[in-house]
Structures are given as structure tokens and as C-alpha cells.
Ligand binder design. Sequence first.
Ligand SMILES: [Zn+2]
Length: 279
Amino acid sequence: MKISLFNISNFRVDGGAMFGVIPKALWSRQVQADELNTIDLSLTSMVIETAGRVILVDAGWGGKQDAKFFRHAYLHGGSGLTGGLAECGYRPEDVTDVIVTHLHADHCGGCFVNAPGEGTAPLFTNAFYHISRAQWEWANESNLREEDAYLPENIRPFGESGRLNLIEEPGELYPGVALRICYGHTPGLIVPVISFRGKTLVYTGDLIPTMAHIPLLWNMAYDLLPLVTIAEKQEILEDALKGDHLLVFQHDPQYECCTVTETPKGIRAGIKGRLSDFI
Ligand SMILES: [Zn+2]
């Protein structure tokens, strides 16, 4: 097995929205906000090569929308989707599987590109898409709260691809690649758990988007069910403590991953750094 991480792009989001009920007086000690109160986030995707499969986890925003759509994302830096894959040694056609953690625009948009003329075309011409059934059905109904995150041009092509695998329940997708399913951020968020050389890596996605989100109450205002997020985080953090797991962050521009440790205040980050420091 080989595991790679690459940052598709940084973007900026309102700092208050990223930390929900936590006062800025507290979160601003951890993360620097600019004059518009936005903070920097990364879009780190993971590639797992195992047993003849090349599995990509999440594909970023993509580029199907116009400049007006991306005006408030402040995209900057990163390697791009195909650029980042190339740095890891893969072409888009090498990707056999995409695990789409959920269908919010910054996670799934890159799987399809605008086709010449009209419609869309797959970027990964040989890939199957793994999405939880709970998220698929939820996103296709859409709702006022997540309307801006569920874009029909992002979601429809999965259904039309003939290559959609709906994940019914948690479990192993391929040897060493297990999927947990969470419901607090949005119903059916997939949290991939990878077993690699005796280590366990947990790609925490939008459940624990950055290292600053490890404390149980430090959650995004975007979460639909905050109490469920808290319970799900607690379980993942306790498992991580017991099993010495490595948490891999999708949105942390500074730290790719960390271990966890017990403190009088609860479970907190232990050793932090880049994935290559640990494996
Ligand atoms: Zn999300």
C-alpha cells in the first residue's frame, strides 16, 4: 500500500462559520483571521494505492462554475487536482475509485468537468464513485440550508455515470480501507479509516476539518446536527487515543496530521506534522 496527500487549493471561509459557537476571542488564538474575518483552509485529498486500485478521497471544488461563483472562495496556492495527482505519480485515468466523503461542492466538484458544448464529462475516465446512500438520497432531495452546497451540475453526473456505488453501511471497501459513516455534519458523511504498516490513519474530513477542531465543542456552524457531531467526534477521538491512530486533516493548511493525547481538558492533539513524518 502507498498513501499520498496533496493540497488541491487553499480557500478562505468566514472564521466564525468555521467555529460555530466558539467566541472569536478563543479561536483567534489558534487561527489568524484577515480583515474580512476569513481564515485559510486547505483542500487536502488523499490517494491510497492498494491491491491494484488507485483510490482518491475527495476531488475539491473542480472548475465547472463561473468566476462569480468562486469570487468568495478566494482560491489560492495548492497544486490543483490533476497537478497534485501528477506530483503523487498518477494521471486522472489511473484513478480506479473515488471515495466522495459527501456531496458539498468543495468535496465532489472536481470529479466532472464541463464538456465541450454542453453537459459534463468525467475527469477520471476509469473510476467508480463511492458515496453513502444516506448522503446521495439526502443531497438529491436538497434542502434550504444546504442549497448553496449541493449544486445540481456537481451531483447529477454521478447518477448518470453508471459507475456510482452507494455505500449502505460502514465497513471495509477494500482490504485496509474501511469506511465509517457519520451524520452530524450532513447525513452520510464518509470517514475513511486506512490500515497501513501497523498504523491506522483516519481521514477526518468535515467531521474534524482542522487540528483546531479537536476539542469536542469546537465545531463548524455548517453542521446540521451539532450534538451528533459531538458524539461522533468523541467516539473517533477515543478510538484514536486507544489505538494510537493518526488523524489526517482535509482542511488544515498547516498540519497534515497528528496523533492525540489525553489532557485534563480532554483529548487534544499530540505529535503534529506532515504524513511523511509518521509513515
Ligand atoms: Zn461539508
